[in-house]
Design a protein around this ligand. Structure first.
Ligand SMILES: *Cc1c(COP(=O)(O)O)cnc(C)c1O
Length: 450
């Protein structure tokens, strides 16, 4: 890009654009990176400099950028039909994607409701669960349970079941009440025993259900990884335990796989680690391989049937979005699923993931790296000033932001969550690229400790 075009664009950005999750004043004196092109696991800025997309463009990208088959799928669909509404009309991409998803996801999830982002997929699950109980003779089941440090999106319902105070506390007066249960986070324990942390967290859920299951419609969880809350991992036994408790006490289980779905944890869906089926499954980010906005809320025939009746019984689920079932997005999602199948994506990602988990272990040599953890194509650690004495960086120092800035110097686009540095890699990342990313990260860490 010509230098003067870059200058003009950045000036217009400063003047007109309000970026998400961003203190805009941070950019009063510095420029955001102006990205002009993306290909594979790389982003290229206006000067042609390359950066590894280490967070898969906010956890969405699956097969790398500019995948030729995805581009073809968009072109093919665009030539036929752009967008039409999905009430009173239907179309092949929407039908075929629903059919594929019911075959791929855990057993029992046979109904697919479309929306267009992860937050609304969660809203849909909450509203469906609520309405289900209203229509099945349990009108008192009107509240929800959620896990501390959870993140389920930014719309008001999703924030009501959100447990990240930094994002959510300012909105508390607006929210509906919900029951918070403790996170199975093992980092607070002396022994760091994840199974014990999970068992303890499950006991709290049992206590809550014993006292209040009669007023709880559903419990919502991010299976295997509480992502935005700080890449907090828990063992599969926690997810299994939640499934058992929800069944025992008659509470719906909502699995929010918006972030972890589509191979990121090493399985197509995170629930597979636990071998369970939720009552609702929310999918988005990776659904279209990270190319177009689309989401689904999947549920069981049993729940669907509570809405299926003569019109005059007034049991319709009256919810929908302008872009419900967008054909372009559905066509891209279908193509992504074909790529998974025909290009052995999960097999290649399994090899890359085991390389990532082994290679990341060397980061622990840095005296600032604590609680190194990972699953599949995700690896994370917390940055301390000194791990051994337990000394952290004061929050005002914004060590995560300094890591972001130093990462850019090293050709890495990192976006830490507070002091938690993480990689959330595209499934197509190769072993050599992983080694390169880790080598550059070591350089970033050396700069931090100075
Ligand atoms: C990102 C995310 C959401 C929200 O999705 P949006 O598309 O950003 O609205 C919901 N749940 C989880 C677990 C997420 O990571």
């Amino acid at each position: 890009m010509e230098h003067r075009d870059k200058v003009r664009l950045l000036e217009a950005d400063r003047r007109y654009v309000w970026h998400p999750f961003t203190q805009m004043k941070d950019y009063a004196e510095r420029d955001p990176v102006l990205i002009e092109r993306a290909e594979g696991v790389f982003l290229y800025d206006a000067d042609g400099k390359a950066y590894y997309d280490t967070n898969s463009s906010w956890w969405v990208n699956v097969h790398g950028h500019a995948h030729p088959r995805i581009r073809e799928a968009v072109n093919r669909q665009m030539a036929k039909m752009d967008h039409v509404m999905f009430a009173g009309l239907t179309h092949a991409p929407g039908i075929e994607l629903a059919e594929r998803l019911t075959a791929l996801t855990p057993d029992g999830l046979t109904k697919v409701f479309y929306s267009d982002n992860g937050s609304t997929a969660v809203e849909v699950a909450l509203k469906m669960s609520f309405q289900y109980w209203q229509q099945t003779g349990c009108p008192d089941k009107t509240t929800f349970a959620y896990v501390e440090h959870s993140y389920h999106g930014d719309t008001i319902g999703a924030v009501s079941v959100g447990g990240v105070d930094q994002y959510h506390s300012v909105f508390r007066p607006l929210l509906f009440g919900a029951h918070k249960v403790p996170s199975p986070d093992p980092r607070g324990r002396q022994d760091g025993d994840a199974e014990a942390a999970a068992a303890q967290a499950l006991e709290a859920v049992r206590h809550l259900f014993e006292a209040s299951a009669g007023e709880i419609a559903a419990l919502i969880v991010e299976p295997m990884i509480q992502a935005a809350g700080g890449m907090i991992l828990h063992p599969a036994s926690y997810v299994r335990g939640l499934r058992e408790l929800c069944t025992q006490y008659g509470v719906h289980l909502i699995a929010d796989e918006v972030a972890v779905g589509f191979g990121r944890t090493g399985r197509m869906f995170a629930c597979e680690h636990a071998g369970i089926s939720p009552d609702f499954l929310c999918l988005s980010k990776g659904l279209t391989a990270g190319m177009l906005p689309l989401s689904v809320t999947m549920t069981t025939a049993g729940i669907y049937d509570a809405f299926y009746d003569d019109y005059a019984k007034l049991k319709t689920f009256t919810h929908g979005h302008s872009f419900t079932g967008n054909p372009l997005a559905c066509a891209v999602a279908l193509e992504s699923l074909r790529i998974f199948e025909e290009e052995g994506v999960l097999e290649q990602a399994a090899a890359a993931a085991s390389h990532l988990q082994q290679a990341a272990a060397r980061l622990a040599a840095d005296p600032g790296v604590a609680h190194l953890r990972g699953l599949g194509m995700v690896a994370a650690f917390d940055l301390y000033r000194d791990r051994d004495s337990g000394e952290r960086y004061p929050w005002e120092e914004r060590i995560g932001f300094r890591v972001y800035e130093e990462g850019l110097q090293q050709g890495l686009f990192l976006r830490p969550l507070g002091d938690t540095i993480y990689f959330w890699l595209p499934l197509c990342t190769t072993a050599a690229q992983i080694d390169d990313i880790l080598g550059r990260t070591e350089k970033v860490l050396q700069r931090m400790s100075r």
